[in-house]
Design a protein around this ligand. Structure first.
Ligand code: IMP
Length: 181
């Protein structure tokens, strides 16, 4: 049903699994001997974080933070709002933020700085997708699943007007879908 709104698949289900295996192995290696807190940014992080942590073989904690920067459309807005704050202290902890996509870079820039300000020992970012052509703020995530062109994508956590997050792959939405709204 949802498939009819998708122009083409950009990252297939199989590719996402391979990406998570590769990133999980790298994170397991890099954080050896540490107990990081993996903080997922809601809501987009959900499927990616769930898949990724299966391949992280470490003692680690999982936390969620609600952040919104899109307000229903296809353009990132300049204000980053915290809609649900952490329930744990990050003081002296190694933090790995899990995100679905880095576009303008504003969300990760704001949240990384906030966590450092709160006393985190280290703050790194793992993102499923990187859209470097969309960058407004200089920001380079340490762990990148795959780089995509400057197109509006949905699926595997990514939404358009809160829909399509449940697609098992990442795809480009047909422009007529958002043009008619
Ligand atoms: P940034 O602050 O512009 O880097 O945006 C990060 C947030 O914007 C992500 O967590 C997504 O929620 C949203 N976003 C950016 N690009 C897309 C896209 O192509 N599709 C859906 N959401 C997107």
């Amino acid at each position: 049903m949802l498939e009819k709104d998708i122009e083409r698949i950009l990252v297939s289900e199989k590719e996402i699994t391979h990406i998570c295996q590769r990133l999980g192995a790298k994170i397991t290696h890099d954080y050896h001997g540490k107990t990081p807190i993996i903080i997922g940014l809601l809501k987009g992080c959900m499927p990616f974080m769930a898949e990724l942590i299966k391949y992280i073989d470490l003692y680690c904690e999982i936390e969620l933070m609600g952040v919104s920067s899109y307000h229903g459309g296809i353009q990132s807005s300049s204000d980053v709002k915290i809609t649900k704050d952490l329930e744990t202290s990050v003081h002296d902890r190694d933090i790995l933020i899990a995100e679905d996509i880095v576009d303008t870079g504003k969300t990760l820039d704001v949240i990384s700085k906030l966590l450092i300000h709160r006393g985190a020992r280290s703050v790194e970012v793992v993102t499923l997708l990187d859209k470097p052509a969309g960058r407004i703020v200089e920001f380079t995530p340490k762990y990148i699943g795959t780089t995509i062109p400057k197109e509006f994508v949905v699926g595997f956590g990514l939404d358009y007007n809160e829909l399509y997050r449940n697609l098992p792959y990442v795809g480009v939405l047909k422009p007529e879908v958002y043009k008619k709204n």
